[in-house]
Design a protein around this ligand. Structure first.
Ligand code: CIR
Length: 272
């Protein structure tokens, strides 16, 4: 049973085919059984933080379909179905749309020749950052920024990503901690790319060390942060700010370039 105004997270269970997931470089074989256990732990951690989960079944046809973040973008009361760059993943968008469309009456789509993946789109309260990457082209980013302007967002900044970074959000996340407190977390490796951008225009900024891969990609609920395990410096920085930090091991997903937020699509249930 779902309730109005609940914080929902849609997740999809990994299948055995996750061992064939796409990857930029070889970081070792993925163990599907271990991935399934790590996914269960991830779901448990989200529930402990107060999220209500919608758990979708695995899709063996799509090894990377566990990364639901990429197939949709949610901005205010609008659902935007993305267009995934890789042929192997094309089709995941429709299947996720089918689940999310129940919650949204306003649905838009990114059209050819645009490509955009949710992992490249960071939406803040007033504006957004979009990574131009191997997976998101200028055409896709422009289509999305037009939609966002129409929805009332005041700015969109495009940032070209280095070729060894799959998605923007692997190194950046944004958190509305309370009605009066927001926090933008960004890895040092990406921070210098924003040197001409006022990152502090709508929130405080926390810079995490470059050597802690995915350190800046975390999930928040009030005073609680969920982070990738072993990111000692990131953990210390968040604790110093007064947050409770819970670590979770998602190593099998990291091997195929998946970070913490890639495994969920978060939104607020407006349905009664
Ligand atoms: C892919 O290459 O598409 C997947 N193996 C990883 C996707 C990670 N998604 C994300 O960062 N949002």
């Amino acid at each position: 049973m779902l309730f109005k105004n609940e914080q929902l997270a849609v997740v999809r269970k990994p299948g055995m085919s996750i061992q064939n997931g796409l990857r930029l470089k070889d970081l070792g074989e993925v163990d599907p059984k271990k991935a399934k256990i790590q996914h269960l732990n991830y779901c448990q951690a989200l529930e402990n933080m107060g999220f209500k989960l919608i758990i979708l079944p695995p899709l063996e046809k799509y090894p990377d379909s566990v990364f639901v973040e990429d197939s949709a973008i949610i901005a205010k009361e609008t659902l935007i179905t993305t267009r995934l760059r890789k042929e192997e993943r094309r089709g995941e968008e429709k299947l996720l749309e089918k689940e999310l469309v129940k919650f949204y009456s306003d649905v838009r789509k990114i059209k050819t020749p645009g490509y955009i993946e949710g992992g490249d789109v960071l939406i803040l309260d007033k504006g957004s950052y979009i990574g131009i990457s191997r997976r998101t082209n200028l055409e896709g980013a422009s289509q999305l920024s037009k939609i966002l302007y129409k929805l009332g967002f005041k700015y969109t900044t495009f940032i070209e990503l280095p070729s060894d970074m799959l998605h923007l959000k692997g190194a950046m996340s944004y958190h509305r901690i309370s009605p009066n407190e927001n926090l933008l977390i960004i890895s040092e490796e990406l921070y210098y790319r924003f040197k001409n951008v006022n990152l502090e225009r709508e929130s405080k900024v926390l810079v995490t060390p470059a050597e802690e891969r995915f350190g800046a990609n975390c999930i928040n609920s009030g005073k609680d942060f969920l982070i990738h395990s072993g990111r000692k410096k990131t953990k210390a920085l968040l604790r110093k700010k007064g947050f409770n930090v819970v670590e979770i091991d998602i190593s099998e997903f990291e091997k195929i370039d998946g970070a913490m937020t890639c495994l969920s699509k978060f939104f607020n249930n407006k349905l009664s």
